[in-house]
Design a protein around this ligand. Sequence first.
Ligand code: UN1
Length: 527
Amino acid sequence: MTQTLEPRVSEAETEPDAPTFGHFIGGEWRASGSGRTFESRDPADTRRVIGHFQAGDAADVAEAVRAAEQALPAWRATPAPKRGEILYRFGALMAQHKERLARAMTSEMGKVLAESRGDVQEGIDIAYLMAGEGRRMFGDTVPSELPDKWAMSIRQPIGVAGLITPWNFPMAIPCWKMMPALVTGNTVVLKPASDTPHCAVLLVELIHEAGFPPGTVNLVTGSGEEVGIPIVESPDVPVISFTGSNETGKRIAAIAARRLKRLSLELGGKNGIVVMDDADLDLAVDGIVWSAFGTTGQRCTACSRVIVLEPTADALLARLVEKTATLSLGPGSDPATDVGPLINAAAVEKVERYAGLARDEARIVIGGSPVNDRPGLEHGHFFEPTIVDGVRPMDRLGQDEIFGPLLSIIRVPDYDAAVTALNQTRYGLSSSIYTRDTNTAFRAMRDFETGIVYVNAGTIGAETHLPFGGWKGTGNGHREAGHAALDTYTEWKSIYVDYSGRLQRAQIDNQIDDQADEQDDDGRGAR
Ligand code: UN1
């Protein structure tokens, strides 16, 4: 069934009847073949329905993949600078609609408005960066080892890119994936998280308005099982980029491996901040609180461990508790709010489980409970910002990604113990050190086993023109953002042009070695 639905920009706050949104396939808004829909609700007040979205399935995915395949020849043949211009227009449209997009994001995902604006801005930044790549997209031109021979490498698109994105950066991350995929000449099937389909619909409306040809970007909403897995399984989707949990990442990797697909995984983190004795404690407290409780701890880069040298630990903890006590919990749309809701009920239960563990095995110094009895918060997924002292590096609290506002304090005797604790995790996304000593800072830059290291700043706030991604279990070696993102979406092609007019043999005809000279001296001739 391909009933066309007009996209309707929702003002969910004011609209009593929540609108219904379509998949976007081949340049048209469509209902799912099954006719089923699902709801998205405001996590700050779950009585409020943001909209009804198509519950896609394998048949919808197949249609989207076909549309993306059909759009591919013309799109890859479009000169990259021209593709870049359309990306630029998309970035400009996002900038023009920044406030509307940010408000819709806060309604659907819950993060505070200033952070939603930041999320949109991150989308704009990557659109502009990748628009520039349309005129750059460097390969190498290098000298050949043989005379009269040209050697160079170029990037070429892979094909249809399947992009599976999370709810925590519901606009930035789809843009991180779509922009490099598109500028390099791939077409896209996007499957956004089921908690934030509206954010994806709003982005795709602007994609359409910016002038991407029909079929270049296709959106299929629905569950991971019914939409995500069929995308990964499709033999016609040769490149997959996924951001989400380790569990799902491993499952995707197993499927992708069977088909030898290009796969970029951006998975969990257990990011730590090391605080040395010589640190500026006020600065450290600001960075820790922002990194641990900003976005309600729901960033891959969020700080969930503070590794502090014992002599400084009590002073740091006292200041952390003091600052955390001032944080105001509430809906992200309220300008007074510092910490918004968690995304859904399952997230609250998960943080609650870890708070239970903290009660048994360590010491909760502030917070520790869900909040559902305060006026205005009864219908949302709120949880108190929580700090737990006395955590040991190998405790579950010190090891598991919690993805909520729960911060563990780990006390260590010295720098070496801090490095060991920091690195003793299966993840390796972001890390930070607070110190006034340049030597210690440089040692940390060398010793921390993470894809991102901050000095005298928290663990969050990566900028889009540097590679983003992690070591070890955080991913599979790929990077998003920066030039590095292009590697996910392109095949390298090395090209040799021999204009000598004769057979030239690499590694053979260019050898001038002692043996050859000796043979010449013997009069037997080397050539
Ligand atoms: C994420 O949480 O997956 O560095 C992305 C940051 C943001 C991106 C986070 N710029 O915190």
